[in-house]
Write a protein that binds this ligand. Structure first.
Ligand SMILES: Cc1cc2nc3c(=O)[nH]c(=O)nc-3n(C[C@H](O)[C@H](O)[C@H](O)COP(=O)(O)OP(=O)(O)OC[C@H]3O[C@@H](n4cnc5c(N)ncnc54)[C@H](O)[C@@H]3O)c2cc1C
Length: 434
């Protein structure tokens, strides 16, 4: 059993306010299943639910606990579309691929709401999110984004001018924004725990503290793989790899064209009802439009959860409060002196194009990873697409798989410093409004 402190939940506000979950059961012995999924984040859990609802026998293997990865640590923001927008897909993959992936950009949020309603998941779901512009260039980009999303059939957007955004967020920093009425926010760990409960309710098996140590594809013609954990073995007709930034080097083909990156979040002490209402009166989540963006929202108990920054290569910073407090105070100087109760870090997986990597590794071995920072909605969509692919309905999966991916320049040794230099360049441009 793998139970080192490395695999305990990080000291986050989410872990401290998590709903009760069953004791972890780890895999001991040999089992068989239709589909084995590596990773109990949103990608793995959404895939499991969709497959179980279609009658398959599913096993999920998780090296730590359900939602231990990015899915249980994130900003909780239900952001529509992908980390690069649909126009980047139009340019890089052509209109026919964009015609499939464009409308899908708004499906993930709907899937989350469906799951929350269908399985009665208590995860503090709130409606509405704002993209906030810090300068005129970003505002022009938001106008372009609204037109783009509307072209793909999405009609829940409202532009905010400087006085309108001033009524939604109590900061002087923004020149305007885009309000997405179809966005929103959730307690991310409780969403993952609720989804795991749904998996169990549907007859799926989840083994925690069960790190996959090796994967051996089955002989040609048989499909699937044999998967080994420390004390167990799974013989699966189909394998789904959903380990994302935490998969490490287990599958070299998947680590070759992606880079784990860290981002940090703090949670303040609970604010008074009046303070919270003055800050974000309608309880929207907010992210700014910088390349290295800040993202924040209120929790159900009125803490300000504020995240930002990217650590390329995913080293854990020593003093998270020192990194994030200045960002928080720059946006909300009125919170000077507020106490920070929780600080944590988490890893997401970046790709060079910032679009997800989806595909097949051999016979009946599938993967989805690398949503590059905006993954709460995409991972839920990925679960549905992986399920459809396994059942032979492959249009959405194949359109993602058609996207081309390249390694980061600099190889494993220099990709993090080179990417940090690139990010510095873009953040300077943001700062100067260029
Ligand atoms: C701090 C932070 C803030 C973020 N904020 C937002 C946000 O507000 N909105 C948004 O859209 N996106 C956000 N993201 C991104 C989003 O959280 C991720 O894209 C998404 O959760 C990825 O889900 P996943 O299931 O693919 O991966 P993960 O949630 O990371 O799950 C992968 C799981 O696989 C397990 N695993 C890996 N290897 C093995 C193995 N060998 N054996 C068994 N198990 C294994 C891991 O333990 C892990 O639990 C944020 C990310 C971070 C880190």
């Amino acid at each position: 059993m793998t139970r080192s402190s490395e695999f305990l939940y990080p000291p986050s506000y989410y872990a401290a306010s998590a709903k009760p979950a069953p004791d972890a059961m780890s895999l001991d012995g040999e089992i068989r299943c239709d589909v084995c999924i590596v990773g109990a984040g949103y990608t793995g859990l959404s895939t499991a639910i969709h497959l179980l609802e279609r009658g398959l026998d599913v096993v999920v293997l998780e090296q730590a606990r359900v939602g231990w990865g990015a899915s249980g640590r994130n900003g909780g923001q239900i952001v529509n579309s992908y980390s690069r927008d649909i126009d980047a897909i139009e340019r890089s993959a052509g209109q026919s691929v964009a015609d499939v992936l464009g409308p899908l950009a708004f499906e993930g949020g709907r899937i989350i709401r469906d799951l929350v309603a269908r399985y009665n998941i208590d995860c503090d779901l709130k409606q509405g999110g704002i993209f906030a512009a810090l300068n005129a260039k970003q505002m022009a980009e938001l106008e372009h984004q609204k037109a783009l999303w509307e072209r793909y059939g999405y009609d829940k957007l409202e532009l905010l001018d400087s006085s309108a955004i001033g009524r939604e967020v109590a900061t002087e920093r923004y020149v305007g924004g885009l309000l997405d009425h179809g966005s929103g926010h959730i307690h991310p760990l409780n969403l993952a725990l609720g989804e795991a409960a749904a998996v169990r309710q549907l007859g799926g098996r989840i083994y925690e503290h069960s790190q996959v140590r090796s994967i051996t594809p089955n002989p040609a013609g048989k499909g699937g793989a044999e998967v080994l954990t420390e004390h167990g073995r799974v013989q699966a007709r189909t394998l789904v790899l959903a380990g994302n930034a935490y998969l490490g080097g287990l599958v070299p083909e998947l680590s070759a064209k992606s880079m784990p990156c860290g981002t940090q979040v703090v949670a303040t002490e609970p604010l008074s009802e009046e303070q919270a209402r003055a800050l974000i009166p309608k309880d929207y989540c907010v992210e700014d439009c910088n390349y290295l963006l800040d993202y924040y929202r209120l929790s159900a108990d009125k803490r300000l959860l504020y995240g930002g920054g990217v650590v390329y290569g995913a080293r854990d910073p020593a003093d998270i409060e020192r990194l994030i407090r200045p960002k928080l105070l720059k946006t909300f100087p009125q919170l000077e002196g507020v106490k920070i109760d929780y600080c944590w870090t988490g890893n997401f997986l970046m790709t060079l194009s910032r679009l997800p990597q989806v595909g097949t590794l051999g016979d009946n071995i599938f993967y989805s990873q690398g949503c590059s920072g905006h993954g709460v909605t995409y991972t839920h969509l990925a679960g549905r697409l992986l399920c459809e692919k396994i059942l032979g309905e492959s249009a959405g999966f194949d359109a993602f798989a058609a996207l081309k991916h390249y390694p980061f320049p600099g190889g494993h040794r220099f990709q993090a410093p080179l990417s940090a230099m690139g990010a510095w360049y873009y953040s300077m441009k943001d700062r100067l409004g260029l």
